[in-house]
Write a protein that binds this ligand. Structure first.
Ligand code: AMP
Ligand code: ZN
Length: 474
């Protein structure tokens, strides 16, 4: 059965056909994190979604070239062209250099990806897969030059802007009501010509506030500045995946501004589409409100671990909803999925390690569901049905479940599942254990030993086993 994906561009389900003439390779770009703070679990939904998509493509026999950019400059607090650069905010908050901030939060991001069993984690630190905006300033400046040469750019006192009125298709992708936007604008246009115009490049402030991250301006403009937020994605996706490439993803909040602007600048520059399929994951809410740092209602993966919810239980919870459906975070929901996952692990574990055969009727249904725009909720139910099927031998059920797990990524082969087996521990010990787990994964043995000693002082002994850390009271 052909893989069908919901393409935001046309607002319909479409058969997926890759650009690669041999039909083997798929190119995919996922808008990545701004590394000025820890990712919250709402942000992480975007990467679990991209991972399920990658694994689905791989289950269909494609090789996937995946790029997730690291935004380490130019993303302003307002998502538009106003306010301070988020990296500058972090630098001041923590009294550190930009490089230190970038290292801290991109490492934390990679740890989160690994903890969520996201395949891209294996490509950690590889610039062709996780390109950093600050490492691609030349490519971004070049793109600004091309856009300007084609007549789409103009310069104001604070930056170089894209003139959206010159790109007639600007409103198409997000079905924008430009007249409405224009009428509803609360702030003046300033020097911008149109309400939707956006910065390709910003000049460093002239009021004496020195930015740490700045470069010579493009277009021969004197002085220094930094790239706008959108231009990095256009420049780096083109460099690593070509133009057009197959699939571009992000959270739904990217549709009206960030992706609309990426499309305008890339397509204006090269008269080619940027990507063929555009896919967007829905938001995570808390009490019905979007999880976001500005509302102060965010949780990190680490907060879940401290409450005995393993990253994989969180992943499992995400898979119980379709990626295009809003999910509302509650501890009760996560506790329920943790129990369901624990049941799966113990059932599958009880069937031993003897090789079995995958059961065709189940496998067919698995492909039918997953190829239907990644219908993971149905796959998750199918897995329950399989596990409870009394007509099939344990080893065949196990083999079939592990086939599903190539896409679900729940480490169903690992029994018992180490992360869920936290016994009832004081919060302080749990937090140290979680830190130590990250240190171990990063092969930071000095930290790992120090944390072991700290745990010992609290009366617990931690041992490293092939299944992970094991803890007992001394
Ligand atoms: P950022 O690091 O702010 O650039 O965001 C990273 C990703 O998280 C983007 O794809 C956003 O669309 C996505 N995102 C932000 N907030 C949420 C949320 N509450 N739920 C789901 N995704 C989100
Ligand atoms: Zn982007």
């Amino acid at each position: 059965m052909a893989l069908k994906l919901y393409n935001t561009k046309n607002r319909v389900l479409e058969d997926f056909v890759p650009l690669d003439p041999s039909g083997k390779m798929v190119t995919m770009y996922n808008c990545g994190p701004t590394v000025y703070n820890y990712a919250h679990i709402g942000n992480l939904r975007a990467y679990v979604f991209a991972d399920v998509l990658r694994r689905t493509l791989e289950a269909s026999g494609y090789a996937v070239k995946q790029v997730i950019n690291i935004t380490d400059v130019g993303h302003l607090v307002s998502d538009a062209d106003e306010g301070e650069d988020k990296m500058e905010v972090a630098r001041k908050r923590e009294g550190k250099s930009a490089e230190e901030i970038i290292a801290t939060y991109s490492n934390a991001f990679y740890e989160d990806l690994a903890a969520l069993n996201i395949e891209a984690a294996a490509e950690r630190g590889n610039e062709a897969h996780f390109p950093r905006a600050t490492h691609h300033i030349e490519e971004q400046k070049e793109l600004v030059e091309v856009i300007a040469k084609k007549g789409y750019a103009y310069t104001t006192s604070d930056g170089i802007y894209f003139d959206t009125a010159k790109f007639p298709r600007y409103a198409e992708f997000a079905r924008l009501d430009i007249a409405g936007l224009q009428g509803g604008a609360r702030v003046g246009l300033g020097e911008k010509k149109n309400i939707t115009d956006f910065a390709l490049w910003k000049f460093s402030p002239k009021d004496g506030q020195k930015r740490e991250q700045e470069w010579d301006n493009p277009l021969g403009v004197s002085g220094r500045g930094f790239p706008g937020w959108h231009i990095e994605c256009s420049a780096m996706s083109r460099k690593y995946l070509g133009q057009p490439f197959d699939i571009h993803t992000g959270g739904i909040d990217h549709i009206p501004v960030h992706h609309t602007n990426e499309i305008a600048q890339s397509e204006a520059a090269y008269d080619l589409p940027l990507a063929r399929y555009w896919m967007h994951s829905a938001h995570m809410t808390v009490n019905g409100e979007k999880m976001s740092k500005s509302l102060g209602n965010t949780y990190r993966l680490f907060d879940l671990i401290a409450k005995d919810i393993s990253p994989l239980a969180f992943r499992y919870w995400l898979l119980t909803a379709n990626y295009r459906t809003t999910v509302n975070f509650t501890w009760e929901a996560l506790e329920a999925t943790r129990s369901r996952l624990l049941r799966l692990h113990s059932k599958i574990g009880s069937w031993g390690a003897k090789a079995g055969r995958t059961i065709k009727v189940y496998e067919d249904r698995f492909y039918q569901y997953i190829n239907d725009d990644l219908n993971t909720p149905r796959v998750v139910s199918l897995l329950d049905e399989l596990v409870d099927d009394t007509q099939i031998s344990g080893e065949d059920k196990r083999a079939t479940a592990l086939k599903f797990d190539q896409v679900l990524g729940l480490k169903l082969h690992e029994v018992p599942m180490p992360e869920i087996l936290y016994i009832s521990l004081p919060d302080e010990v749990k937090a140290l254990l979680a830190h130590r787990e990250q240190a171990r994964k990063a092969k930071n043995f000095a930290d790992s030993d120090r944390l072991r000693d700290e745990i010992k002082k609290l009366g617990y002994e931690v041992k490293d086993t092939p299944g992970g850390q094991e803890i007992s009271r001394m």
